[in-house]
Design a protein around this ligand. Structure first.
Ligand code: PGA
Length: 242
């Protein structure tokens, strides 16, 4: 495990984007695992800058997003489809048909999980999976539970997750109750994983995840088992690592 604590978010963003750029240079057909939420925004900004300066291109790459809310149309401004357009896809040359996001707005969600799993299996392996961390230890939307699911599945969001995400909606009632998420097995199958965590309020959970017991009640703790895990923390999130 490679844990790096950065004095500023600018340095963290540059380092994380640099890792993606390095992969794209070495392997233009790379398979990228992408995340949403506030954590990756600055990293996507850096990637867009690198693309604008023609330092990187995405034309041959493929991407898989971790998750999507159930019941929000793609055009809803809080859907992760809209998020990805806003922060990354609208600004780069990744062909739309190579950018995969689960569809949470379909009548047959079970079929959608099978479809997404099949796409992931066809891609064989994600080269670099970007992850944020939930306040309760979730990765993707794999919420703390007595058991975790390996493949893409529907998950009921925990109340604390809905409350954390309510800041993006007009009210808590508007936050979807369910999501489609890539499973923990798929995440752990990635060749390398980049976990990014920011802020004082996550200092304890990231420390517990990486140094405490491996438990499904803190899904990120399973990352301890991954052979190629890179962790990038801002100074606040990294405060408990000496
Ligand atoms: P955040 O969310 O980046 O908005 O803090 C992370 C997560 O819930 O996975």
């Amino acid at each position: 495990m490679d844990i790096r604590v950065f004095p500023t978010n600018e340095l963290l963003n540059a380092a994380a984007a640099g890792l993606v750029a390095h992969l794209l240079h070495a392997k233009p057909k790379a398979v990228l695992g992408l995340a949403t939420g506030s954590t990756p925004v600055g990293i996507y900004e850096e990637l867009v800058k690198l693309y604008a300066k023609q330092h990187i291109r995405f034309r041959e790459a493929t991407s898989f997003n971790l998750d999507e809310y159930v019941g929000l149309p793609e055009t809803h401004e809080q859907s992760y489809h809209a998020y990805m357009q806003q922060h990354l896809f609208a600004h780069i040359d990744l062909p739309a048909e190579q950018a995969n996001i689960p569809n949470g707005n379909t009548a047959d969600l079970a079929q959608e999980c099978l479809r997404y799993n099949a796409l992931l299996e066809h891609a064989k392996q994600i080269d670099l999976q970007l992850l944020g961390l939930g306040h309760n230890g979730h990765i993707g939307f794999n919420e703390p539970n007595h058991a975790l699911v390996a493949g893409t599945h529907i998950v009921e969001l925990r109340e604390e997750t809905r409350i954390a995400n309510a800041r993006y909606f007009n009210s808590l009632a508007e936050v979807p109750t369910h999501a489609v998420t890539m499973g923990i097995g798929t995440i752990l199958k990635a060749k390398s994983i980049l976990l990014v965590v920011r802020g004082t309020e996550k200092a304890h959970i990231v420390h517990e995840a990486l140094t405490g017991p491996i438990t499904t009640e803190n899904p990120a703790s399973l990352l301890q088992t991954h052979p190629n895990l890179i962790v990038m923390l801002d100074a606040e999130a990294g405060a408990l690592f000496k």
